[in-house]
Design a protein around this ligand. Structure first.
Ligand SMILES: Cc1cc2nc3c(=O)[nH]c(=O)nc-3n(C[C@H](O)[C@H](O)[C@H](O)COP(=O)(O)OP(=O)(O)OC[C@H]3O[C@@H](n4cnc5c(N)ncnc54)[C@H](O)[C@@H]3O)c2cc1C
Length: 463
């Protein structure tokens, strides 16, 4: 009479629908974690994100043990190998029913459908749960199609949010029998830099819950005014926890609405960001192209992206000669995280001024972010490259110097990551002689010329 719960990207015990329901018969429950380095590599998951998840899992194992739920680790070689390994585990352990939360990527959806079929063939039932705030099938336009534009989507989302009280699930039920001892989850190898990055993000579900509450108690009311300035700690920094499913979007709304209403602009703006997160998952669900390394808009399938590898390397190492971009890339490389305003600036520079395929930037981000989230990362990149759903129009290209002057006026952020620029006169764009003097890179490309060229290429391509 043992049930089985399969961990996906949902490393939490609370508000975890599949785990909660798996525990309800209360007799015996095993949770499994699939150790699958090949899948992680195929999906460009960063080592720090995986190590972060493993640290959480270790803490969860202790809590699971207290609930008499054992954690077992199974090994698989790529996503296509997972079902076979799960089926074998089900047979070996005489599992009754299997519980899993849905994921929206094409491969993950296929895997679950195949798993359901294969389990049915041995008379077992797969119970799938939707962990999103509102299921992607439940938000539709008046003509019964799915939304492709954020604003009307968020209006429809909000109207549901206002009429339906958000509930969260509690801890899974304690089981009567503990049938096996838990396995130890093994660490993955990290470089010294990666180990240092990991230390920046304390793990544990309680830590994440406290961070959420602290943000809501102390910062959310000023979020709208402060969120765009990278030198200010004005955002929640919850993305690593949300991306690994240590927190759910539902928990965010639940906590927000406990003490606040959307009458406050800070609250409203923060909620919008959680809605963006749900929107990109919705887009992923409704549009399999997104999972297949293709742009949302088919029109861009044969776009003449540049293949300039030396430009790409300079961008990734923070050596473009544009201080705000270089500082942002240094922040990413040193901390595994980058401020949202900067993500837009560096993504637009790569895909417009350098005309480099946004997929290269998307991949680099996934491989280096602690909060790499396929849907949001892909959405952010395609927004910046103008190939995506509700994307920035191709002719509206950020000028990184103007952005720098506006959002890092005193250059505090730039100086933190590029201390060598501390004494230059114009921190946003040092003169050639100052660059020579301190040994700071020249502009990789002329910003005006490259902007003009990008508009020409996009415009000719759109004809
Ligand atoms: C090119 C590009 C790539 C990005 N890649 C990722 C990624 O891999 N993972 C990721 O979580 N976010 C990504 N974002 C969105 C955003 O930059 C981060 O979510 C945000 O910077 C995280 O910081 P925070 O937790 O302090 O956010 P807050 O401002 O406090 O926002 C709260 C939460 O809302 C969600 N959110 C905020 N902004 C967005 C957005 N624009 N799109 C979707 N969700 C959002 C995040 O879950 C975030 O934690 C990307 C944006 C761009 C432009």
């Amino acid at each position: 009479m043992t049930n089985l719960f399969i961990f996906n990207t949902d490393f939490r015990l609370r508000d975890n629908p599949a785990l909660f329901h798996a525990s309800q018969n209360g007799k015996a429950l095993i949770a499994i974690f699939i150790n699958n380095p090949k899948k992680w590599a195929d999906h460009n998951e960063s080592n720090i994100k995986i190590a972060f998840q493993i640290e959480h899992l270790k803490k969860l194992t202790k809590e699971l043990d207290e609930l008499n739920i054992s954690l077992k680790v199974i090994h698989a070689e790529g996503i296509s190998d997972e079902n076979q390994k799960i089926i074998q585990f089900v047979k070996d352990n005489e599992i009754k029913e299997i519980f899993i939360n849905k994921e929206y990527g094409f491969n993950e959806t296929q895997r679950n459908l195949n798993l359901e079929r294969d389990l049915k063939a041995i008379n077992k039932k797969l119970n799938m749960f939707d962990p999103s705030v509102f299921t992607p099938e439940s938000i539709k336009t008046q003509s019964n199609t799915f939304f492709k534009v954020f604003t009307p989507f968020s209006r429809a989302f909000r109207s549901k949010l206002m009429t339906k009280k958000i509930e969260v699930l509690g801890l899974p039920k304690r089981q009567i029998n503990k049938i096996q001892n838990s396995d130890t989850v093994k660490n993955i190898d990290l470089t010294e830099n990666q180990k240092n990055i990991l230390k920046l993000y304390p793990t544990g579900e309680e830590t994440a819950q406290n961070k959420l509450r602290d943000f809501i108690d102390q910062k959310i009311l000023e979020y709208k005014e402060k969120r765009d300035f990278p030198a200010i700690d004005g955002t929640s920094s919850l993305s690593p926890y949300l991306s690994s499913g240590v927190l759910s979007s539902r928990q965010c709304f639940y906590e927000v609405f406990r003490n606040n209403s959307e009458e406050n602009e800070g609250v409203k703006t923060w909620n919008s960001e959680i809605i963006w997160r749900e929107f990109y998952k919705y887009i992923l669900f409704h549009n399999p192209r997104v999972s297949k390394n293709l742009s949302f808009s088919e029109k861009y399938d044969n776009f003449p992206w540049s293949d300039n590898q030396s430009y790409f390397i300079a961008w990734s190492e923070g050596k473009t000669g544009v201080p705000i971009i270089d500082a942002a890339m240094k922040q990413l490389n040193a901390t595994g995280w980058m401020h949202n305003r900067l993500r837009m600036i560096v993504a637009m520079y790569l895909s417009k001024n350098l005309l480099i395929d946004w997929r290269k930037g998307e991949k680099y981000f996934m491989q280096n972010l602690i909060d790499g989230d396929f849907a949001s990362n892909n959405g952010g990149w395609q927004w910046s490259a103008s190939t995506g759903v509700d994307a920035a129009p191709y002719f509206r290209i950020f000028n990184p110097i103007t952005q720098s002057e506006k959002f890092d006026k005193k250059g505090i952020f730039i100086k933190k990551w590029l201390p060598e620029l501390s004494s230059v006169k114009n921190i946003h764009d040092p003169s050639s002689s100052e660059r020579n003097y301190i040994g700071y890179s020249k502009h990789l490309v002329d910003l005006k010329e490259s902007r003009k060229k990008a508009i020409e290429v996009f415009s000719n391509f759109s004809k």
